[in-house]
Design a protein around this ligand. Structure first.
Ligand code: G1P
Length: 297
C-alpha cells in the first residue's frame, strides 16, 4: 500500500426490510449486538485499524445514527447526578473526536456502488476503507486491521478485499472471486462476479464486506451502468478497475456474522455475549436451560 488509509466509508442507507417491523422507525444499523449497535461495532473495528475519519452514507430516517455518535448532555447530566459513573464512562468513551465524522445522503436506493459514489467529495483522492455494517467479524484483531497489515507487507498501490469460504449453494447471494497466485498473506484476484449462479461461480470464496479501495474506483462509479438487481454494483466497478490495478484477497482470521439475516444477527448476539466476562456465565446457564427444555418447560 503506497499511501496510508485514513478514511472509512459506512453505507447505512439500506431500508432494513428483512427486520420489519423492528426497523419501521429505527435504522437496522442501530439494532444491538449485546449492548452496542451494529454500526458501533463496525466503527470500532475501523478505529482499531487506525482509521481517523468516518464517513457515513445515510438516507431518510437515519438521523439517530448521527445522534449516536454525538454527545447526549441530558443523559450525561442525569447519570452524573445519580453517580452512575461507570454508565457515563461507557457511554462517552468511544465517541469520535470532534470533526472526525461526516454524513452524506444517498437520496435514492440505487445500490452499493452508488452509495460509495455519493461519498466521493468526502473521500477525495486517496485510498479508503469500506465496511458494510451488515457484517460483523469477531476476532481479537479486527478484519480491517488484518487487511491493512497484509497490504502494508506488499509495497504496491493495490486494492484489497476480505474473502471467506461459503458452501457452494450459497455463492449466488454474494460477490465471488477467482483465485490467483499467492502474494504475502494474500492472493491475486483473477476474476470477480456479483451473485453468480453456483455453476458459473469461479470459486466458493465470497466478498465479505470489507474493502480497501483506490480512489480511481470513484471515477468508474460515476459512469457505471446498472447491473445485477437493477442496482449500480460496486463489484462491476471493481471488475473494471482490475483491468488497470491489482486486486488481492485476504482470507481473514475470525468468524463472520451476516447480520443482515435474522439467523446471522441472532448468532452474533449469542457469540458476542459469550465473549463477555460480565455476561457469559449467566447467559450460558440460560442457553442451557432453553436447550434442555425444548417444549418451553
Ligand atoms: C454486497 C456486495 C457483495 C458482497 C456482500 C457481502 O451485497 O455487493 O459483493 O458479497 O455485500 O455482504 P448485498 O449484501 O448488499 O446484496
Amino acid at each position: 500500500m503506497t499511501r496510508a488509509v485514513r478514511k472509512a466509508v459506512f453505507p447505512v442507507a439500506g431500508l432494513g426490510t428483512r427486520f420489519l417491523p423492528a426497523t419501521k422507525a429505527m435504522p437496522k444499523e442501530m439494532l444491538p449486538v449485546v449492548d452496542r449497535p451494529l454500526i458501533q461495532h463496525v466503527v470500532d473495528e475501523a478505529r482499531e485499524a487506525g482509521i481517523e475519519h468516518f464517513i457515513f452514507v445515510t438516507g431518510r430516517n437515519k438521523g439517530v445514527i448521527e445522534d449516536h455518535f454525538d454527545r447526549q448532555f441530558e443523559l450525561e447530566m442525569a447519570l452524573l447526578e445519580r453517580q452512575k459513573h461507570a454508565a457515563l464512562e461507557f457511554m462517552t468513551q468511544d465517541l469520535p473526536i470532534p470533526g472526525s465524522t461526516s454524513f452524506t445522503r444517498q437520496q435514492e436506493p440505487l445500490g452499493l456502488g452508488h452509495a460509495v459514489w455519493c461519498a466521493r467529495e468526502l473521500i477525495g483522492h486517496e485510498p479508503f476503507a469500506l465496511l458494510l455494517p451488515d457484517v460483523l467479524v469477531q476476532h481479537s484483531r479486527g478484519c480491517l486491521a488484518q487487511m491493512l497489515d497484509a497490504a502494508r507487507e506488499i509495497d504496491e498501490k493495490a486494492n484489497v478485499v476480505a474473502v471467506e469460504e461459503v458452501p457452494h449453494e450459497r455463492v449466488d447471494q454474494y460477490g465471488v472471486v477467482g483465485v490467483g497466485a499467492q502474494k504475502g498473506k494474500m492472493f491475486a484476484i483473477t476474476q470477480m462476479v456479483e451473485k453468480p449462479p453456483a455453476n458459473r461461480a469461479p470459486s466458493n470464496l465470497i466478498l465479505t464486506g470489507r474493502y480497501i479501495l483506490q480512489p480511481e474506483i470513484l471515477d468508474i462509479l460515476g459512469t457505471q451502468e446498472r447491473g445485477a438487481g437493477g442496482e449500480i454494483q460496486l463489484t462491476d466497478a471493481m471488475i473494471q478497475l482490475s483491468r488497470t490495478q491489482s486486486f488481492y484477497g485476504l482470507k481473514f482470521e475470525g468468524r463472520s456474522f451476516d447480520c443482515g439475516s435474522k439467523i446471522g444477527f441472532l448468532a452474533a448476539n449469542v457469540s458476542y455475549a459469550l465473549e463477555r466476562s460480565d455476561i457469559a456465565p449467566g447467559f450460558r446457564a440460560e442457553i442451557k436451560k432453553i436447550l434442555g427444555e425444548p417444549n418451553g418447560g
